[in-house]
Design a protein around this ligand. Sequence first.
Ligand code: G3H
Length: 537
Amino acid sequence: MSTLVASPKPIFDQIHLSRDLLPQQEYTRPRYLLEGKVQTWAGEASEVASPIFIDGQRFVLGREPKLTQEAALEALRSATRAYSQGRGFWPTLPVSERIRAVEHLVRRMRALREEAVRLLMWEIAKTRLDAETEFDRTIRYMEDTVHALKEIDRAGSRFVVESGFVAMIRRSPLGVSLCMGPFNYPLNETFGLLIPALLMGNTVIFKPPRFGVLIYQLLLEPFAECFPPGVLNSVSGDGETVIGPLMRGGEIDILAFIGSARVGALLKSAHPRPNRLRSVLGLGAKNAAIVLADADLDLAADECTAGAFSYNGQRCTAIKILFAQRQVAEECAARLAARVEALPLGLPWEPEVRITPLAEPGKPEWLRSLVEAAGSQGARVINRGGGASERSLYYPAVLYPASTNMEICSVEQFGPVLPIVPFDDPGEVLDWMAASSVGQQCSIFGRDPRAVADLIDPLVNQVCRVNLNSQCQRGPDTFPFGGRKDSAEGTLSVSDALRVFSIRSLVAGKATEGNQALLSRLVSERLSSFVSTDFIF
Ligand code: G3H
């Protein structure tokens, strides 16, 4: 095997722009959401450019506000006023009314599906299929979250009598939540935070991700229509200018952030009241696939190709390193390389395309440097054309034989490069995992129950999900999604997210006749949102 770098098929020079492909709305006015109104920002704005090049330039899609520190603090004041130390309209609203607001948002969003999909295709180069899946998954997540909240609320809509006490125990909000998701799932991951935050009665400030911002320009009107003033506010611009001051002020109660471990740690440490702050974090990962000698190699190659190269490997759950037992390592690498070679490259709207341009400027150059460094340490790109690039497009590369001392084996590449490391004893892989600073998921490919069991038991204590003969992934969204070490704080899922954005509170008293009569009147005269036995259908 040798390094094979074919000259790439140019894709950008063949684009014929047609109105049918482009987003249909204008995004030239930089706007944001404050105090329940869509505001036009008169200050500095940044250009939103696509990773897709037209006539040699990144195609410009619109403009995004670069808020000042003062404007960001205004968003904080708006959210703080709406919460009013728990006395605001939203945190005291019956759960059924908050559910109604989110259901209204679902209805409004459905009508925007095609425009949202086009924005995802143009701004982050997600294939049409993946963009549609992200949109539909988000709608489903919202509906499932409403369903899960109804279940939680029904369980809390009753009195508990225990040891001479009578109590009503429910979940209540925590306060002002700052929600920030990543660019690879600009809609789904941010909504995975802000929807449960809102449903539980918190007020929210959200910042759209680095790329994938325009979908939020599209959603500003629906947001303004569905939520009362101050309940949901947006900030955008430079993170240090707009987020730093929010954290340093100490008024944020929940930091909900999906991004790098470095930024997560910086944000947390900027908050002056660490005991007040609840952190919900999804951070870095270096998920490994382990292919044992008796594995079904075709199945492993199929799953690992999807696991490592879906959306160009830009998923936190992507398989980012593959360990293959030495007897089958070369064959495993060859089967994977053949599949990767067959992945169609191109533009997001082209049917069947799997590999698309990368949203982060400078990314192909960085991937190239990692691959070159691995090459100088003895690994080769074994798929034809792998490792070539054309502007923002990077041709996926399978590296073999890799070794764990290579930089590509420790950094989170978040791109279409997969190193394959041969191993003799599974204990070597366990040692690598134990030494890793992250611990999200892994995949085991094998058939022998004893060998698989020997890996499962230590691995469930290293990561939060062990996938059997299947790629790593977050879904189904009802499954717990978390991580150890520098991978996460808190667990997300449809129902877990409702828990992390709330706290249990109770109203309790001695079960005296007086208290029982008092509680009965609270319920029968419907005087309290909290002390209520209403059943939400
Ligand atoms: O980027 C991280 C996402 O949560 C991964 O979700 O496994 O469904 O692609 P996924």
